[in-house]
Design a protein around this ligand. Structure first.
Ligand code: ARG
Length: 455
């Protein structure tokens, strides 16, 4: 038995090359430590149950010892006490080192029939599932903040704009719940990313399977995945693709959220002043004492651009990569992790800003100009029997005849579904409740699978 190896796999690598290839894994992989323990616990359990072997790779009692030790390592990781050394290269080797330090030869058996390729793919997917569900909950919370802002504003008239020009009578409620609805719709993309993440690649090993009777359905069940990725080569190629799908969902969500940030910047500037942003969320200037700037919202525009960049980076990295595992895939890790952290932080902070936003109803009403009522005037002519196109030209040819009207009456007069007087808050509240319930159920199932494997 060889002692004093520098690393578990190799001791011949040039230190600069080792550092380059290890990259940021010792830091990034800390987020995967608990999931790595969970994946290993499932793998070892399955190994101990394999039938048809002359001698078991590990016995059931040994698997139980490994699981107990993995439970201790996971608890350490959850407290922030887990350490990955450059010599370990990554979390996978660090866990194997710790198990071997504690359990001797038994620790050296846990990697039987597995590669780091399927191992890391499992870790990333479990981590993604957990993070995606939390991101979904934060998405719902932001939509709820907007629904409440809509309720506070109610039928307060707001100038509806197209091309940024005054267009038609709208309300604060319509504006706020319109954004809420766009944000809730983004759950569909997050769910699509979740469904792709919820597939088990374990047992594909390096991407071609192994001559052992692995029970891949068993680890799928133990880990709580919806199904197994059937083809081992396909399972290895799915790494990176699911990160890219996640980033695509995040990029689109950020683009939606960034438009809300932009509206808030615009409508809170003094020239509009429909909204007042909470002072404590505005930042000052080092020279101009009067300034309360919406830096936080401006950064959301820039973060949206960055997440789109991360998605582009992931797809660029993937598109010309040959089939099978390539080390390029390691670089997908920080892309998806960064995308998640930017998006989740943005969702949380934007919800706070929306909750603190005050509505200046006088300024909202004062912004109405006679032109905003032009379409309503033409429609009154239609009610008197004039064909629409004649009514349109009649108003357009005599715009000087338009006068101030009561914006409150104008917004109350529109009552069909989804217009100013026809917005049903229950629609949003019901969607929020259903989405939260489904998120909580799945978070509980993931936590239950984790604690069953790591007790
Ligand atoms: N840290 C590596 C990654 O994220 C683990 C897999 C290494 N596999 C390999 N064949 N070198 O991709």
């Amino acid at each position: 038995m060889e002692k004093n190896r520098k690393t578990i796999t190799d001791n011949t690598v040039d230190p600069d090359v080792l550092a380059y290839t290890v990259g940021d894994d010792p830091v990034l992989d800390l987020a995967l430590a608990v999931w790595d323990c969970m994946g290993t616990a499932a793998h070892v359990t399955m190994l101990s149950e394999m039938k048809g072997l002359r001698r078991p790779v590990v016995t059931k009692a040994e698997a139980a010892r490994v699981r107990r030790e993995l439970g201790r390592i996971a608890a350490l990781a959850e407290k922030g006490g887990f350490e990955i050394r450059v010599d370990d290269q990554d979390v996978h080797m660090a866990v194997e080192r710790m198990l071997t330090e504690k359990l001797g030869d038994l620790g050296k058996k846990i990697h039987t029939g597995r590669s780091r390729n399927d191992q890391v793919a499992v870790d990333v997917r479990l981590h993604m599932k957990d993070e995606l569900l939390r991101a979904e909950a934060e998405t719902v919370s932001l939509a709820a903040s907007l629904r409440r802002l809509g309720k506070r504003g109610g039928m307060t008239p707001l100038v509806g704009r197209t091309h940024l020009q005054p267009a038609m009578p709208s309300t604060v409620e319509m504006w706020a719940t319109g954004h809420a609805e766009m944000i809730l719709d983004q759950l569909e993309n997050l769910e699509a990313a979740y469904r792709l993440a919820d597939l088990n690649p374990l047992g594909s090993a390096a991407g071609y399977g192994v001559p052992l009777p692995l029970d891949r359905q068993r680890t799928t069940k133990l880990l709580g995945f919806s199904r197994t990725i059937h083809n081992c080569f396909g399972a290895s190629m799915a790494r990176g693709e699911c990160e890219a799908s996640l980033l695509s969902a995040l990029a689109q969500l950020m683009a939606v959220v960034s438009r809300l940030a932009e509206d808030l910047i615009l409508f809170s500037m003094p020239e509009f002043a429909y909204f007042r942003l909470p002072r404590e969320y505005c930042t000052g200037s080092s020279i101009m004492p009067q300034k309360f700037n919406p830096d936080v919202l401006e950064l959301m525009r820039s973060k949206a651009a960055q997440v789109l960049g991360l998605q582009t980076a992931a797809l660029s990295l993937l598109h010309a990569m040959p089939g099978g595992y390539n080390r390029d895939l390691q670089d997908c890790k920080w892309l998806y992790m960064k995308g998640l952290s930017i998006t989740r932080q943005t969702l949380r902070i934007l919800a706070k800003v929306v909750d603190g936003t005050k509505i200046d109803a006088d300024r909202c009403r004062a912004a109405f100009t006679p032109g905003v009522f032009a379409t309503d005037v033409a429609l009154r002519l239609v009610a008197g029997g004039t064909p629409w196109r004649d009514a349109y030209h009649d108003v357009r040819d005599h715009l000087e005849r338009l006068s101030d009207e009561d914006p409150d009456a104008a917004v109350a007069a529109k009552t069909h579904e989804g217009t100013t007087g026809g917005i049903d808050h229950d629609v949003y509240e019901k969607r929020e409740v259903a989405a939260m319930k489904s998120v909580e159920k799945r978070l509980a199932a993931l936590a239950a699978a984790k604690s069953a494997l790591l007790k």
